[in-house]
Design a protein around this ligand. Structure first.
Ligand code: SF4
Ligand code: SF4
Length: 387
C-alpha cells in the first residue's frame, strides 16, 4: 500500500465521475419541485437491484437522542432511515420506531444484527421488528463484516429465511472495509445492498470498489461520510482556519463530496439536532465546486493525524496485540461525534486485556499507519480517556 493521505493526493484522488460538473447536476430534473422558496429540494436515486427510490440524503439514527429530529426529517421528505439492534444499548430502535410510526408505509427502514449465528440473528430480527413497531424491514444488514468469511453461509441463510417469511424485503451487509467486501459481495451475488464507509479522506481504491458494486447492481449506501466529523476547537490554530472548518463549511462539503459520486445511492450521516438536519438537506440542492474542494483539502490536513479510516492495514502490527482500528474508532465517537459515553462503552467491550495496555510503556511503537494517523499519540489519548 503506497497511498499517502495529503492535500495533494486528496486533490487528485477524487472520484472520477462519469459525468461532467454541468451534467452532474442535471439530476435537478429529478428533484421534487420546492413548494416554497425555503422548502428543501430533494434528489433521488435508485437503490441498485432493490428498485427502491431513495432520497440521496438518508438519516443515520445511531447517535440521535431527539426523536423530533427524526420525525421532522421524515415529514420534510427524507425517506431512508437506518438503525441497528445494538445502537444505544438496544434503545435506538424503540425511539426510531416511535418517531417514524405515522410515516412508516412510505419509508425505507433498515436495521442490522451483529449476531454470528443463524438462530441469534433471527432472534435479533424479531426483537428489531418489535422495537421498531413494524412487521418488516426494507433492508436487514449483517452488521460490521470486514472479511468475506464473516458473511457466513448460515447468516446468509438467516436472511433468506427472513425474506421467505416476509420479515425483510432485502438483504444487506455493512462494512468498514469496502475494498474487500464490495467486490466479494458483487461476486457472491447473495446481497442486495452494501453499507460502506466512504468519505473524502479515502484512497481511490474505495471509490473503485463502490463502482464495481454499483455495476453489479448492488444498492450502495454510504456511512461515515463526514470522516469523523472532527472540528477544530476554539483557541487552536489560526482563526481563519477555524472559520473555514466550522460545520457549515467542511461537514456540508464532505457530504456533497460523497453525493457527487453517482455510484452511491444514498448516505446516512448522523444527525442530532435540527440545525444539522437543515444543513445536510442543502447537500441535495447545492453543487460541489472549487470552494468545497478547498475546504476539504484544508480539512484533510487537519484530520490526517487524527482520523482512522478503519482500513485495517495496521491489523497485527501492534506488538502487544491492540486492535488499533477499533480503539481509534471509539476515540472518533468521542472526539469527532462528541459521544464520550458511547466511545468508552465500546472501548470497554474490547475487554480487560486491551484496557490494561499502556502505550507509554512501549519503547518503540511497531504500528505504521500509511495514512499518517499518529497512532501512538491517539492510543495514549484513548487510554487516558477510557481505560
Ligand atoms: S491506523 Fe490502521 S486502520 Fe487506521 S487508517 Fe491507519 S492503517 Fe488504517
Ligand atoms: S506503542 Fe501502543 S500501539 Fe505501539 S506497539 Fe506499543 S502498545 Fe502497540
Amino acid at each position: 500500500m503506497t497511498y499517502r493521505s495529503s492535500r495533494r493526493s486528496f486533490l487528485t484522488a477524487g472520484v472520477v465521475l462519469p459525468l461532467t460538473g454541468a451534467t452532474l447536476w442535471q439530476e435537478t430534473a429529478d428533484r421534487q419541485a420546492a413548494s416554497s422558496a425555503s422548502a428543501p429540494q430533494f434528489s433521488y436515486r435508485v437503490l441498485g437491484k432493490t428498485g427502491l427510490k431513495v432520497t440521496t440524503l438518508g438519516f443515520g439514527c445511531m447517535i440521535t437522542s431527539d426523536a423530533g429530529v427524526i420525525e421532522r426529517a421524515a415529514d420534510l421528505g427524507i425517506n431512508y432511515f437506518d438503525t441497528a439492534r445494538g445502537y444505544q444499548g438496544g434503545n435506538n430502535e424503540r425511539m426510531v420506531g416511535a418517531a417514524l410510526k405515522r410515516k412508516r408505509a412510505s419509508l425505507v427502514l433498515s436495521s442490522k444484527s451483529g449476531a454470528r449465528d443463524k438462530q441469534r440473528a433471527l432472534a435479533d430480527l424479531d426483537t428489531s421488528l418489535r422495537e421498531l413497531g413494524t412487521d418488516h424491514l426494507d433492508v436487514w444488514y449483517l452488521h460490521g463484516k470486514n472479511s468475506p468469511d464473516e458473511v457466513s453461509d448460515e447468516l446468509v441463510e438467516a436472511q433468506q429465511i427472513a425474506k421467505q417469511q416476509g420479515k425483510i424485503r432485502f438483504a444487506g451487509v455493512s462494512t468498514h472495509d469496502p475494498k474487500v467486501i464490495v467486490p466479494a459481495m458483487a461476486r457472491k451475488g447473495v446481497m442486495d445492498v452494501v453499507l460502506v464507509t466512504y468519505n473524502f479522506s479515502m484512497d481511490p481504491g474505495v471509490a473503485a470498489a463502490i463502482e464495481q458494486g454499483n455495476k453489479a447492481r448492488l444498492g450502495i449506501v454510504a456511512m461515515k461520510v463526514m470522516a469523523g466529523g472532527f472540528r477544530e476547537r476554539p483557541g487552536r490554530g489560526d482563526s481563519g482556519t477555524r472559520e473555514k472548518l466550522k460545520r457549515a463549511g467542511a461537514m456540508l462539503a464532505a457530504l456533497k463530496w460523497v453525493l457527487k459520486d453517482r455510484n452511491v445511492h444514498t448516505t446516512i450521516p448522523s444527525m442530532t439536532d435540527m440545525d444539522q438536519l437543515d444543513e445536510n438537506l442543502r447537500a441535495m440542492a447545492e453543487p460541489y465546486g472549487a470552494a468545497e474542494e478547498k475546504l476539504l483539502a484544508r480539512q484533510l490536513d487537519f484530520i490526517t493525524p487524527l482520523y482512522c479510516r478503519m482500513c485495517g492495514e495496521c491489523t497485527g502490527m501492534c506488538a502487544r496485540g491492540l486492535p488499533v482500528a477499533d480503539i481509534l474508532r471509539h476515540l472518533t465517537y468521542t472526539e469527532g461525534y462528541g459521544q464520550f459515553a458511547l466511545g468508552r462503552e465500546e472501548f470497554l467491550k474490547l475487554g480487560p486485556a486491551v484496557a490494561a495496555v499502556r502505550c507509554a510503556d512501549c519503547e518503540r511503537c511497531t504500528v505504521q499507519c500509511p495514512f499518517g494517523v499518529q497512532v501512538t499519540a491517539r492510543l495514549r489519548r484513548a487510554q487516558e480517556l477510557f481505560a
